[in-house]
Design a binder for this molecule. Structure first.
Ligand code: NAP
Length: 302
């Protein structure tokens, strides 16, 4: 029987820990932690993600400031909003919801976020800190995966790990965090030859491809661990005609591989909730930093 790595459960536990930390230090800080989220345009998936983040903030006691900007907003206007938030003492973290509508310059906008408020860990300075092994805000998705693995006592030292995907958001920081945990890491991507041969050598496989159910039983090694980062809405053929027929799935064929592997993450309920939990962790960590409080969350920032 394979073990399901339950991100939803761990995310709840982390929320309780954050709630306690916030209520303990609230009076010393004189204000609650604050998170600003900037959403540009009306991509429905982004809308759901932003609303989930807002609800999660409320549950733990973080004040959230959501900016819903029109899809025609210019780079300059967004820059102005970012600069205002950089100087706002109530705001500890700034998140620019990606992807942005066409025509906007993601690189320039991310660069303008104060690195000390960069709760997504995507500022060049914070990515540089990750490379150098210095402390700093870490990208939420890979940091959430590391926390999930630790929590399930899955050791990384000396393990052969394959990460499929090399994006700045997931694949690259994931590989760096796994290396920092003394794993031997190989990164695969769309030009990788003989992907199956490579993934069959992996003790642990992280899949961040962005293609529904592309990884099947032929890709995974017996008794390995598989982390599925992908999230997609697909048609559910099993549903009756008049019922809503969309369901969520990942990059991995969960049902096909589950009897072959030792442990795996489900979609939904695996990496997704951990990503949101790590956003809260980064925000509270930044609040502690800005208010001169001791850090209580170092164990969660790989
Ligand atoms: P991305 O920027 O599109 O990157 C995808 C990566 O996969 C690229 O490096 C690409 O290679 C590689 N790739 C594409 N097709 C491939 C193939 N056939 N074989 C091997 N590699 C292939 O995506 P991302 O931002 O990293 O996100 C990946 C997935 O995770 C998406 O489904 C996204 O929605 C999901 N996601 C989930 C969460 C969460 O919280 N659950 C968070 C972030 C992202 P090249 O570099 O050569 O193009």
């Amino acid at each position: 029987m394979s073990k399901i790595l339950d991100g939803k459960k761990l995310a709840k536990e982390l929320e309780l820990r954050l709630q306690k930390d916030i209520s303990c230090f609230d009076s010393m800080a004189g204000r609650p932690p604050g998170l600003a989220v900037i959403r540009v345009g009306n991509d429905p998936a982004s809308g759901v993600y932003v609303s989930n983040k807002e609800k999660a903030c409320k549950r733990v006691g973080i004040e959230s400031f959501v900016f819903n900007l029109d899809s025609k907003t210019s780079n300059e206007d967004i820059l102005r909003t970012i600069k205002k938030l950089n100087n706002d003492n109530k705001v500890d973290g700034i998140l620019l919801q990606l992807p942005l509508p066409k025509g906007l310059n993601e690189k320039i906008l991310l660069r303008e976020i104060d690195p000390d408020k960069d709760v997504d860990g995507l500022h060049a300075l914070n990515l540089g800190k990750l490379i150098k092994g210095e402390k700093g805000p870490r990208s939420c998705t890979p940091a959430g995966i590391i926390a999930l693995l630790h929590n399930n006592q899955i050791s990384l030292e000396g393990k052969r790990i394959v990460v499929i995907g090399r994006s700045i958001l997931v694949g690259k920081p994931m590989a760096l965090m796994l290396q920092a945990a003394n794993a031997t890491v190989t990164v695969a991507h769309s030009k990788t030859k003989n992907l199956k041969e490579l993934t069959n050598q992996a003790d642990l496989l992280v899949v961040a491809v962005g293609k529904p159910q592309i990884i099947g039983i032929e890709h995974v090694r017996t008794n390995s661990v598989v982390i599925d980062v992908g999230i997609h809405r697909i048609h559910d053929k099993s549903k009756e005609k008049d019922k809503p027929d969309l369901k969520l799935c990942g990059d991995v064929k969960f049902d096909e591989i589950k009897s072959k592997v030792k442990a795996l993450t489900p979609v939904p309920g695996g990496v997704g909730p951990m990503t949101v939990a790590m956003l809260l962790v980064n925000t509270v960590d930044r609040w502690q930093f800005h208010c001169g409080l001791s850090s209580t969350l170092g164990d969660l920032l790989p």
